[in-house]
Design a protein around this ligand. Structure first.
Ligand code: ZN
Length: 687
């Protein structure tokens, strides 16, 4: 997970995606009596400017003036003030325009960078394992200091000057110009993405508030596994094992492949997940080690005696619904092409349309290779597959090493967050980075103990730092925590390279979150190697392929469900929490029955709905599956090449559109084909 997504959502809310159409007839602004610029005024302004600046600039003038007109409100000035503003503020010569670009860039870096830093600092107590959360911490943690920035920048005309001189290009236009644009033209286009709409500050603030609420709910949702019983009321897990739903539960499930009583423990975990999804989970067992719980019979015991309980009152779905409502409240400020969160998330943020994503996932989920890989898994586990085997982990080299052995190593190596921070340069050098580069990157990364499972939060100014937050219990970092920390460190490296090594600040970042996930996975895959535990590499390449294939199979189903849930929400905007719960369960079963039931020979399973991201990071999940594909293509490409040099080359491209970035990086666009081909080879190898 990448924490800057919160900021990313904010940045998008306040800028990228909420362009006001001049042709919009109805909407909040009309209701509030805000003027929409009239066509004759726009036409007159354009012709005045063309006369002044020359016919050859007509296209740019036309585009810019129309965009400014769409953003202009009565409070910004009269018709003639609009015309005067445009004619005076339009920069004619390319040299001066570039100077303006550099000035604006510099100031945006100051604003973004420092507002980001304020958010990092205000949320420290919420995110770090540094004591009890006080109500005041929650107030400050959910306060968005930048909520009014956008309003201010419109009021002082900075937004208009930017939009007038650096117009916005739609995804289609960007795709069309992709190959021809120079680095500078791309940077100008990215500046054109900044001011597209005017969302009232209170609506931005509302989303930040409800999303923070969902985040806290998720990060404090632990199950004490030492107090969870099997069907015969026996305890199978260590007494003090505390697992966060769902990440730790899933990872514990994965780590039990090939262990004694593995399947029995896995069945318990899957049952716990089902009770969370159905919200039949007793409220009293959440975050509580004072009772025993048998999730199969759903009975709770205290000091050996069965006690009455209340199930969790659909809180999980209440958070999802609140996120939906807050995001939907922004819709009416958006143009036709961006007027749902689904469109903003995919066309806008991911820069790949939702139907395109769904088509790719559906094609993958219908692939004949799934049955073949499932057959191989069945052989390897030596039993019929069960639904929790969507998380089959046996294609990983590490599954052969006992977890306790790994825990011992990581606890000793990383007793504190500071110990990990100190080791970061060594980690990078092991991956092939030069001493200087490793020193530079790690001088920009701070490691801190996380309250939740961990995250990476990047800087937004070159003077800032990226944060690696990871869970470090009192007895040191366990293997699971270490594994996640290496993943997060991959994000930090991306965050640092794409901020410092791009040609223009406006190009900072990656095309979308899938690209940062790809690098995080590439790091995470090498976690054992970094501990000096590289196992025999015989067949490892094939195992990696099958691991990615199975992970994509699981992830794409989960993501498909996420998308179906959001489509359902938009079709049923008045639904209450209970109806939403029922819908999620029904859609989970439907997705299961379509793409998993035949493979696992069991119908109506709900497990796909356990992901926490569905609750606290709306529609984020597809980034993981794209990450799987992108990771795979990059990994194939860098095989035998210098990994560090390739990472620097690829990621210093900055935020191009996804398919162009990928083509430059590995020679072809994002596709399932390379993975299918490699899966066929791997299956032949294991025949
Ligand atoms: Zn991640």
């Amino acid at each position: 997970m990448k924490k800057s997504i919160i900021l990313f959502i904010f940045v998008l809310v306040c800028s990228l995606l909420f362009h006001h159409c001049s042709g919009k007839e109805e909407g909040q602004d009309q209701q509030k009596g805000v003027m929409t610029m009239e066509e004759p005024v726009i036409v007159k302004t354009i012709s005045t400017l063309v006369k002044k600046s020359g016919e050859e600039k007509r296209a740019r003038i036309e585009k810019s003036v129309r965009q400014v007109a769409a953003l202009w409100q009565a409070s910004d000035g009269s018709n003639s003030e609009f015309e005067t503003f445009c004619t005076r503020s339009f920069i004619e010569t390319e040299d001066e325009r570039h100077l303006g670009f550099e000035k604006l860039s510099g100031y945006f870096e100051i604003l973004n960078g420092n507002f980001n830093k304020i958010s990092v600092d205000l949320q420290r107590t919420l995110h770090l394992d540094i004591g009890v959360i006080h109500p005041v911490d929650q107030l400050f943690g959910s306060y968005n200091p930048g909520a009014h920035l956008d309003d201010d920048l419109f009021r002082n005309k900075i937004a208009f000057i930017t939009a007038l001189n650096f117009p916005f290009y739609s995804l289609q236009e960007k795709m069309k110009s992709a190959a021809q644009w120079s680095g500078k033209e791309w940077a100008y286009a990215r500046m054109g993405d900044i001011f597209l709409s005017r969302i009232p500050a209170e609506r931005q603030q509302k989303f930040t508030e409800v999303n923070t609420g969902a985040d806290i709910y998720i990060s404090e949702y632990n199950i004490f596994m030492g107090h969870v019983l099997n069907g015969k009321n026996e305890k199978l897990f260590p007494e003090n094992m505390k697992l966060l739903v769902h990440w730790n539960l899933r990872d514990e499930l994965k780590s039990n492949y090939g262990t004694e009583k593995g399947p029995e423990k896995q069945r318990i975990i899957a049952k716990v997940m089902e009770r969370v999804i159905s919200q039949e989970i007793p409220q009293i067992v959440i975050n509580n080690d004072k009772v025993e719980w048998n999730p199969f019979q759903n009975k709770v015991y205290k000091e050996g005696k069965e006690i009455e309980f209340h199930p969790e009152p659909d809180t999980r779905y209440a958070h999802l619904l609140k996120n939906f409502k807050a995001l939907k409240d922004i819709d009416s400020y958006c143009p036709a092409g961006m007027d749902t969160y689904i469109k903003r998330k995919f066309d806008g943020e991911m820069e790949i349309s939702q139907p395109e994503v769904e088509e790719l996932f559906t094609r993958f989920l219908s692939s004949p290779y799934i049955k073949k890989v499932a057959g191989l898994i069945k052989k390897r586990v030596n039993r019929d597959l069960e639904p929790f085997d969507i998380w089959y982990d046996g294609f990983k080299a590490r599954s052969g090493i006992p977890e306790e052995k790994l825990n011992k190593i990581t606890r000793q190596k990383y007793p504190t967050a500071a110990a990990m921070e100190k080791d970061l340069p060594v980690i990078l050098m092991k991956l092939g980075f030069s001493k200087e580069k490793a020193a530079f990157i790690t001088s920009r990364v701070a490691v801190e103990p996380a309250r939740g499972s961990g995250h990476a939060w990047g800087a937004e100014m070159r003077a800032g730092k990226a944060y690696l937050r990871t869970r470090v219990p009192a007895d040191g970092m366990n293997y699971k925590g270490y594994n996640i920390a290496i993943h997060e460190f991959g994000h930090n490296v991306e965050q640092t390279i794409t901020l410092h090594d791009v040609d223009y600040y406006m190009m900072r970042g990656v095309p979308n979150t899938a690209f940062t996930e790809a690098l995080a996975y590439i790091f995470q895959d090498r976690d054992l190697e970094l501990l000096g535990l590289q196992e025999s590499s015989l067949g490892k390449e094939y195992l990696d392929t099958l691991d990615t294939f199975w992970s994509a199979y699981e992830g794409m189903g989960v993501s498909l469900l996420d998308m179906q849930v959001w489509k359902w929400l938009y079709a049923n905007p008045e639904a209450d929490t209970h109806q939403l719960k029922e819908a999620v369960i029904a859609l989970a079963k439907e997705t299961w029955n379509k793409y998993y039931a035949d493979i696992f020979d069991v119908r109506d399973q709900t497990l796909l709905a356990i992901y926490s991201h569905m609750i606290s990071y709306p529609l984020y999940l597809s980034a993981y599956s794209y990450g799987d594909l992108i990771k795979f293509q990059i990994k194939q490409y860098v095989r035998g090449k210098d990994l560090a040099a390739e990472i620097e080359r690829m990621f210093s491209q900055g935020r191009l559109i996804p398919q162009l970035w990928m083509k430059n990086a590995v020679g072809i666009e994002i596709s399932t084909e390379p993975l299918f081909q490699a899966t066929e080879e791997a299956l032949n190898h294991f025949k």
